[in-house]
Design a protein around this ligand. Structure first.
Ligand code: PEP
Length: 270
């Protein structure tokens, strides 16, 4: 059984004072969830927070020694050099990060404005993936279709294209060192999540596509769903057998709501 993971992407929210407060509050609440989980023998969940990068040092200081993990919202595709504003995988690792988000659609759209084609964008994601794994980080690789692609039935094509590039880049076994996040772009921050049936269908497609190369990797890799997950819809979405938790944006800024979502994920194994 795969251990569920819930990742909270704080995006560019939270000013200085409240970011550290939010971290403290999360920490307090996870003690509550831990004691609740102790009463349910098999229930378990990994929880990771993604604050803006300038708070990674605070995050490390506050969360070190706890069961909470953390990561960066982005990583450079390069090791070092003249890349103003970028952060390397080694720098991210030095702040105790376990994870890094890669290919989030809100970043992809910055490149899309430069009119880079999708294949090049997927290649950049693959380079970031390589860089992260080489530096001991676990990438959470976002994958998902735009609204237009959804309505024209291209979801599987979009997903297969990136998966194939990732597998080509480092082989299928390396993919086991990552987490995938299916994030339909039309569901991010819109309040309109995918139905549990749709999420499960796409997750199953992803797993089957990987299984064609290596059934063991397909069985072990965690695939998260992201896109307007809330306390209310989390249990139904997480019930899908191929859904291993969630990547949560807006709702991760509300401690109570986020903890309920984490609890819903933990119940998958409980
Ligand atoms: C996200 O930022 O990855 C996300 C899924 O956001 P939201 O939960 O707000 O839709």
């Amino acid at each position: 059984m795969r251990k569920p993971l819930v990742a909270g992407n704080w995006k560019m929210n939270s000013p200085d004072e409240s970011c550290t407060k939010l971290l403290q509050k999360m920490l307090e609440k996870t003690h509550v969830i831990e004691s609740m989980l102790k009463t349910m023998p098999n229930a378990e969940v990994d929880i990771a927070l993604f604050p803006p990068s300038v708070y990674l040092k605070d995050t490390q200081e506050i969360l070190s020694g706890s069961n909470l993990q953390w990561g960066s919202q982005n990583v450079s595709a390069y090791n070092e050099g003249a890349y103003t504003g970028e952060i390397s995988a080694a720098m991210i690792k030095s702040f105790g990060c376990t994870y890094v988000l890669i290919g989030h659609s809100e970043r992809r759209c910055l490149y899309e404005k430069l009119e880079l084609d999708q294949h090049i964008l997927d290649k950049i994601v693959a380079e970031k993936y390589c860089r992260s794994v080489k530096n001991g980080l676990t990438p959470i690789i976002c994958i998902g279709e735009s609204s237009d692609d959804y309505t024209s039935g291209k979801t599987e094509e979009i997903i297969a294209r990136l998966l194939d590039i990732l597998i080509e880049e480092r082989g299928v076994k390396e993919l086991a060192k990552t987490v995938l996040a299916y994030e339909p772009v039309w569901a991010i921050g819109t309040g309109e999540s995918a139905t549990p049936e749709w999420a499960q269908e796409v997750h199953s497609f992803i797993r089957q596509r990987i299984a064609k190369h290596d059934p063991e990797t397909a069985e072990s890799i965690r695939i998260l769903y992201g896109g307007s997950v809330k306390e209310g819809n989390a249990p139904a979405i997480f019930a899908g057998p191929d859904v291993d938790g969630g990547l949560i944006g807006g709702a991760s800024l509300d401690v109570e709501e986020f903890i309920h979502i984490c609890f819903a994920a933990a119940l998958k194994t409980g």
